[in-house]
Design a binder for this molecule. Structure first.
Ligand SMILES: Cc1ncc(COP(=O)(O)O)c(C=O)c1O
Ligand SMILES: [Zn+2]
Length: 466
């Protein structure tokens, strides 16, 4: 492990109430709230929040997941404050998915659905802490670059905290639900003629000039909130299964969650709350069209090459320059994990499979399940493993993608008999297609029927719009 990712360091004079910031590149340490800084003053390296005291399970709600408080602030002993600007967030379900568990052939598969947070993604966990820090350092304008979910969360938490919010989005590449959220919560939405990475470059420049407080995951306090995903998974999984998961599979964009989970495990280890063998293998999944982290893991390099051109249906992870890579890559390596790229079709297939178990997620989230499938096929994940897949955002975030992936509405006359005839007439066809499921493309006849139904629907829709 890099020396400066080791948490065993004495409390520096700069600390405030046992909290300080350490540069993970050069080890320089800073006071947490005396000035606004996102990276190291000396070397521009990433900063990490550090604590004089690291809590154990007993410090969280008395040590039982059944005992409140629930959500992010249950873990206040591992956070820089006792409370934040809260909606509230966290305490998301760890779903059982028996169908997918059987299909993927692992010992246990659970799905941690972060789409069940107040604005529908894990970003809320980071914002409840980040906006609290903004209050502490006394700023009144918050800003972020976003593939969508960060902007939705920032807009909501900014509104809750009574602050102005500015969000920079890649023009035309943000799912409808997310823009709607940022809009209604009153953010100023700036659509940039460029991708997410260009938006982040600009917002970093604005933040450096003191124009706004940056709440992207480059801000180390955001990751403090997000590390509570790890606490929740470990507590709940252990309570239900009597063991800790062997592996956590998660989608990767800027690699903030990967970094946050790794920090969670380092803290639990340092506090003696878990043993070395209890640390789950961090396994990152990216879309094939946007996979710089996978490239770095496969090539064994420390430097991640920035991809200028990125494209995927999973717009939330359409990111070519994962800024948290220096924190996340060691996490993947030290825990014995890996990274894998999946195609857009594999992502959509996984989205349908999750939906078939009642779990509605946006495409980026389904990447975790698609990645698990692939790694099982490749024999990288063993049959005896206990696995948690992280699903990061709710289905309704991207209604267009959901509609494309799902069954299509069938127009029927305003008449019970006709509706009945329609149901019975089309039942055999619909059932055949449904049984074909996502494998329809392998069966030309079924593909034809499905295509025919789709065309018929489109035709009727067009006619009705005339
Ligand atoms: C739904 C969803 N999944 C995954 C990610 C990627 O998370 P990270 O940047 O922490 O890797 C994002 C980030 O925007 C997201 O919105
Ligand atoms: Zn430094």
């Amino acid at each position: 492990m890099s020396a400066y990712l080791d948490l065993a360091e004495p409390e520096p004079e700069a600390a405030t109430d046992g909290v300080w910031l350490t540069c993970i590149e050069c080890g320089e340490r800073f006071a947490p709230f005396d000035a606004i800084r996102y990276t190291c003053d000396d070397c521009d390296g990433l900063l990490e929040v550090r604590y004089a005291d690291l809590p154990t399970w007993d410090d969280f709600g008395g040590g039982s997941p059944e005992s409140g408080p629930y959500g992010v602030w249950r873990y206040a002993a591992a956070l820089p404050f006792d409370e934040g600007v809260s909606l509230p967030e966290g305490d998301t379900p760890l779903h059982y998915v028996p169908g997918l568990e059987e299909e993927t052939g692992v010992n246990t598969l659970r799905v941690k659905h972060e789409g069940m947070n107040p604005t529908g993604s894990f970003k809320d966990r980071g914002m409840t802490v980040g906006v609290r820090v903004a209050e502490k350092v006394g700023v009144d304008r918050l800003a972020c670059a976003s593939t969508g979910n960060t902007s939705a969360a920032l807009a909501a938490y900014g509104a809750r905290g009574g602050m102005e919010t500015l969000v920079l989005l890649p023009d035309g590449k943000v799912a409808a639900g997310k823009v709607a959220q940022a809009s209604l919560h009153g953010a100023r939405i700036l659509e940039v003629d460029g991708n997410f990475d260009a938006c982040l470059d600009i917002v970093q420049n604005l933040a450096e000039r003191g124009e706004a407080y940056l709440l992207n995951s480059l801000n180390p306090f955001r990751l403090e909130g997000q590390k509570t995903i790890g606490f929740e998974i470990m507590e709940r999984f252990h309570a239900d299964e009597g063991t800790y998961p062997d592996r956590i599979v998660l989608p990767v964009g800027n690699a903030g969650n990967t970094a946050a989970l790794y920090k969670c495990f380092r803290e639990l280890r340092e506090a003696g709350a878990i043993g070395e063998d209890d640390v789950p293998k961090l396994t990152g999944v990216q879309a094939e069209g946007s996979a710089p982290m996978v490239e770095a893991v496969e090539e064994g390099t420390d430097e991640v090459r920035r991809w200028e051109a990125v494209e995927t249906i999973a717009t939330a992870i359409r990111i070519g320059n994962p800024v948290n890579a220096p924190k996340a890559l060691p996490g993947i390596r030290e825990t014995g994990g890996t990274a894998v790229a999946v195609s857009d079709d594999e992502i959509t297939d996984a989205q349908r499979s999750l939906a078939a178990e009642g779990v509605g997620v946006e495409p980026a989230s389904a990447a975790s399940v698609a990645g698990l499938r692939k790694l099982r096929e490749e024999g990288v994940v063993d049959a005896d493993e206990d696995v948690v897949c992280l699903t990061t955002g709710h289905l309704l975030k991207d209604p267009d993608a959901a509609y494309e992936a799902g069954s299509k509405p069938e127009p029927v006359p305003n008449d019970t008999e006709a509706v009945l005839r329609h149901i019975n007439d089309s039942r055999s066809v619909v059932e055949t297609v449904r049984r074909g499921g996502s494998k329809a493309a392998d069966a030309p006849l079924l593909a034809l029927i499905a295509g025919g139904l789709g065309l018929a629907y489109l035709y009727r829709k067009l006619r009705s719009n005339e």
